[in-house]
Every structure is written in structure tokens, then in C-alpha cells.
Design a protein around this ligand. Structure first.
Ligand code: GLN
Length: 190
């Protein structure tokens, strides 16, 4: 199994480390040539979503990524990655990658409270897991095919739609590999 990790900005090295500890190969995507390589899944890390979207447009990567996800490529987006995958933002259609039936609220916790840690349950993972939020979004609502997997303080912070998985928090910044394992299992079950 080989998983592509978008490496334009943000915490991509930490995702590589998590996957390697699960025995999964990775490669970094910085341009269209990288993207052409065969892959079983894609991780879109945190960062600044406005910057990442601009870079994806400039590198002519947005449409190819969108197409492969729509064709069934498993994808896992964390934080800004979640924002990129949402079809809606606060009730308005979003035009990013926008392949997932979720409505996102960016910087949802305000500037001061945007970063915090907690431990909470996650549907499909047996034990509670650590959740680190950094100027995080949350999901206002899931609709269509998407389902909520975790809720913190009454807000949805993780969701899945078939082969698409998102978390508002950063599992790659903690030692617990459960969420990455959950994603690898999505790929394995194909
Ligand atoms: N606040 C960032 C955004 O709107 C996301 C933060 C993150 O990915 N840690 O893109």
C-alpha cells in the first residue's frame, strides 16, 4: 500500500511518520509529476486552507485531485484538509476540492480559543482518543451521504462519507495511531 501526502504546506512529515509506524509507504506530492504516481490513498494535511487552495490552482493540481477522489480514491483530510473537502461553508457552496457532503465553519472557535486539546470518543475506534485542535474548523452539519464520527462540545469534529474521512483535529500530532489505522482500514476494505 502506498499513500500520497500533499506536501505543499503544514504537518505532512507528521502524517508520514504515523503511516510509517503502521508499515505503510508514503510519497510527497508537490507537483503534477508527483501526483501521477500510483497511489492507494491521499492525505491532505492541516495548514492554511486559502494558501493551499491557491497553490493547488497554481500547480494545476486541484482538478486532478478532485477527479480521482470523485472516482473513488480514499482521502483523509485533517483541519485545513477538512475545509478543502467540504462542499459547503456556512450554508454557501464552497469551490475548493469540495467532494464531501459537509458544511464547515472555519476558525470556528475564535482566535483565542482556537487551539486546545481534549480526549474524546470516535465512532468505530474502541478507546477514547486524544484530539489536538489548532485554529480549527468544525462541521456545522453533515448531509447526504456523510456521517458524523465524533462530536466535541456539541460540534461535529470528524466525519466520513464512504472513502472520504475528515477530522477537524490533528491526530498526526499525538502518539495515538488509531485514526490513521482507521483510514488504512478504509483503504484495505476498498
Ligand atoms: N485555520 C486554518 C484554515 O482556515 C486551518 C488550521 C489548520 O489546518 N491547523 O485554513
Amino acid at each position: 500500500m502506498k499513500i500520497a501526502i500533499l506536501a505543499l504546506q503544514g504537518a505532512f512529515v507528521e502524517h508520514e511518520r504515523m503511516l510509517r509506524s503502521l508499515g505503510v509507504d508514503t510519497f510527497e506530492v508537490r507537483n503534477k509529476d508527483d501526483w501521477q504516481q500510483p497511489k492507494d490513498g491521499l492525505i491532505i494535511p492541516g495548514g492554511e486552507s486559502t494558501t493551499v487552495v491557491k497553490l493547488l490552482h497554481d500547480l494545476d493540481l486541484l482538478t486532478p485531485i478532485q477527479r480521482e477522489i470523485n472516482e473513488g480514491l480514499p482521502v483523509f483530510g485533517t483541519c485545513a484538509g477538512l475545509i478543502l473537502l467540504a462542499k459547503q461553508e456556512n450554508g454557501q457552496a464552497a469551490s475548493r476540492i469540495s467532494t464531501m457532503d459537509i458544511d464547515v465553519c472555519r476558525n470556528a472557535y475564535g482566535r483565542q480559543l482556537g487551539s486546545f486539546r481534549t480526549v474524546s470518543s470516535f465512532e468505530g475506534i474502541e478507546n477514547d482518543i486524544p484530539m489536538t485542535f489548532i485554529r480549527a474548523p468544525y462541521i456545522n452539519q453533515v448531509y447526504g451521504e456523510a456521517e458524523a464520527l465524533a462530536t466535541v462540545n456539541g460540534h461535529i469534529v470528524a466525519a466520513r462519507q464512504g472513502h472520504q474521512l475528515v477530522t477537524a483535529f490533528h491526530p498526526e500530532l499525538d502518539e495515538d495511531v488509531s485514526v490513521h489505522k482507521y483510514f488504512v482500514d478504509i483503504i484495505k476494505k476498498g
